[in-house]
Design a protein around this ligand. Structure first.
Ligand SMILES: NC(=O)c1ccc[n+]([C@@H]2O[C@H](COP(=O)([O-])OP(=O)(O)OC[C@H]3O[C@@H](n4cnc5c(N)ncnc54)[C@H](OP(=O)(O)O)[C@@H]3O)[C@@H](O)[C@H]2O)c1
Length: 281
C-alpha cells in the first residue's frame, strides 16, 4: 500500500535521490565520500576531540571539519596530527599525553572557547585477571577515566563562564556493561565512564550542558585490529552480535554527531549502544 500523500519520505543519511547541494559532504578526504549529511546545525561551532590521531577520533575530526565545525584535535603522536592537518586544513592540532595531568593542564589551559567535546582517547591493555599489573591499571584509568574528568572540567568551566550551552560525548564501549575475558581493567574503566557520564549529566544539566556516551562494539581501528584480528576470537564475539557484524567507524561517528547536535537536545545522561544488538542479548 502506498503511503498517504502528506507523509514525508523517510529521512536517513544516505538517500538514493540526489541530495540538495548544501547537504552534500564535500571532499574525498573526509572519509565520508558521497554521503549525505543530515542537517545537524553544527557549522560555526568549535569542537575538541581527544584521541584524534587514529581510528574513531580521526574520522570524527574529518566529519566535523566537513560539516563546517572548527576542530581542536588532541592526540599523542605528532606525525598523526601533521597528516590530519594536511587533510583538513584549519584543524588546530594539540599534541599531549592525556595520561600526564600537568602536561594536559598546560596544553589545554589556553585552548579558548569550546562548545562541543568528544572524550574519545582510550587504551585497551588486555590481561588475564590474575596477571593484571599496576602499570596497566594506572595507565588505563589515567587515560580512559581521569583525563575525561580533567578535560571535561576545563571545557565545562569555560562554557559556564560564558553562559553558553554545550554538548559532551564520552566514547565508552559495550565492554562497560558485559564481562569480556582478559578485559578486567578495560571493562572497569568503561563501566566507570558510563557512570561518570550520568553524574556529569546530572551536575552539568542545569547549565544546559548535555553529556552522553556512545557504547560501540568492536570497530576495526588500530585498537580493534590489535585485539580482535584472531578469527577464532572474533567469531566468538560475532556470534553474540544479533546483526552478525562489527561496527564501522562511520556508525560510531554518526551517533556522536547526532549526540553533539541539537537534534538530540532532550537527551542527556544516556549510554547509546552502537553494537548491532550485543547489549540487548
Ligand atoms: N576499536 C574498538 O573496537 C572500540 C570499541 C569500543 C570502544 N572503543 C573506544 O573508542 C575510542 C577510540 O578507539 P579507537 O579504536 O579509535 O582507538 P585507536 O585506533 O587506538 O586510536 C586511539 C587514538 O587515541 C590516542 N590516544 C591514546 N592514548 C592517548 C593519550 N594518553 N593521550 C593522547 N592521545 C591518546 C591514540 O594516539 P597514539 O596512537 O599516538 O597513542 C590514537 O590516536 C576509545 O576510547 C576506545 O576505548 C573502541
Amino acid at each position: 500500500m502506498s503511503p498517504p500523500p502528506t507523509q514525508k519520505p523517510p529521512c536517513d543519511w544516505s538517500c538514493s535521490a540526489p541530495p540538495p547541494p548544501e547537504l552534500q559532504v564535500p571532499g574525498p578526504s573526509t572519509g565520508f565520500p558521497g554521503r549525505v549529511a543530515m542537517e545537524l546545525g553544527l557549522a560555526g561551532r568549535r569542537a575538541l576531540v581527544t584521541g584524534a590521531g587514529k581510528g574513531i577520533g580521526r574520522s570524527l575530526v574529518q566529519a566535523l571539519h566537513a560539516a563546517g565545525v572548527r576542530v581542536v584535535a588532541v592526540s599523542r603522536t605528532q606525525a598523526d596530527l601533521d597528516s590530519l592537518v594536511r587533510e583538513c586544513p584549519g584543524v588546530e592540532p594539540l599534541c599531549v599525553d592525556l595520561a600526564d595531568w600537568e602536561a594536559t593542564e598546560h596544553a589545554l589551559g589556553s585552548v579558548g572557547p569550546v562548545d562541543l567535546l568528544v572524550n574519545n582517547a582510550g587504551v585497551a591493555l588486555l590481561q588475564p585477571f590474575l596477571e593484571v599489573t599496576k602499570e596497566a591499571f594506572d595507565t588505563s584509568f589515567d587515560v580512559n577515566l581521569r583525563a575525561v574528568i580533567q578535560v571535561s572540567q576545563m571545557v565545562a568551566r569555560g562554557l559556564i563562564a560564558r553562559g553558553a550551552p554545550g554538548a559532551i560525548v564520552n566514547v565508552s564501549s559495550q565492554a562497560s556493561q558485559r564481562a569480556l575475558t582478559n578485559h578486567t581493567v578495560y571493562c572497569s574503566t568503561k563501566g566507570a565512564l558510563d557512570m561518570l557520564t550520568k553524574v556529569m549529566a546530572l551536575e552539568l544539566g542545569p547549565y544546559q550542558i548535555r553529556v552522553n556516551a556512545v557504547n560501540p562494539t568492536v570497530v576495526m581501528t588500530p585498537m580493534g585490529q590489535a585485539n580482535w584480528n584472531d578469527p577464532h576470537k572474533a567469531k566468538v564475539m560475532l556470534d553474540r552480535i544479533p546483526l552478525g557484524k562489527f561496527a564501522e567507524v562511520e556508525n560510531v561517528v554518526d551517533t556522536i554527531l547526532f549526540l553533539l547536535s541539537d537534534r538530540s537536545s532532550m537527551t542527556t545522561g544516556s549510554t547509546v549502544p552502537v553494537d548491532g544488538g550485543f547489549l540487548a542479548t
